[in-house]
Design a binder for this molecule. Structure first.
Ligand code: MN
Length: 152
């Protein structure tokens, strides 16, 4: 019976990949965190990979922890990015617009190709989850660092 159900599920899903293992739980802290690359981040940012893209999500999920003053470089995402602030207080800025404060529980949608940066405020740390959608194996185009004048 189980085999019949499984076969039916596979035929319904067509060419999509079917996981033989079922639900996957990635335990917190099991994937090594890395320091944000100094080319792409000012100050200290820790990037923790949480879940790589798969056929269903087509997005990379990660956590970024910024110390006060730390922020991304200017960048764009080819298919957009979803941020969920989990701790602290942060800033996000779209080029040509006023910087906005973000706080825990805030959900931020950054549309494709919009030039922006995000990070902590100058006096608070900030952590966010980032779901970054992939196009042709790519999910970000990094540009120049955000200057202190632009940040303040
Ligand atoms: Mn971004």
């Amino acid at each position: 019976m189980k085999a019949i159900i499984a076969a039916a599920a596979i035929s319904l899903m067509g060419a999509a990949q079917v996981s033989a293992e079922g639900i996957e739980i990635r335990r917190s802290g099991n994937t090594p965190s890395v320091m944000g690359n100094a080319k792409n981040f000012s100050g200290h940012a820790v990037v923790s990979p949480l879940l790589p893209p798969n056929e269903s999500t087509r997005a990379n999920l990660g956590q970024v922890d910024f110390t006060p003053g730390a922020r991304t470089a200017w960048h764009t995402h080819p298919a957009g990015q979803l941020l969920i602030v989990t701790a602290g207080k942060g800033w996000v800025q779209e080029e040509g617009k006023t910087r906005q404060e973000i706080a825990p529980g805030d959900v931020v949608w950054i549309p494709a190709t919009v030039r922006h940066w995000h990070g902590a405020t100058s006096t608070s740390p900030m952590s966010h989850l980032a779901m970054t959608y992939m196009v042709n194996g790519k999910n970000v185009d990094w540009q120049e660092l955000v200057s202190d004048e632009q940040y303040q």
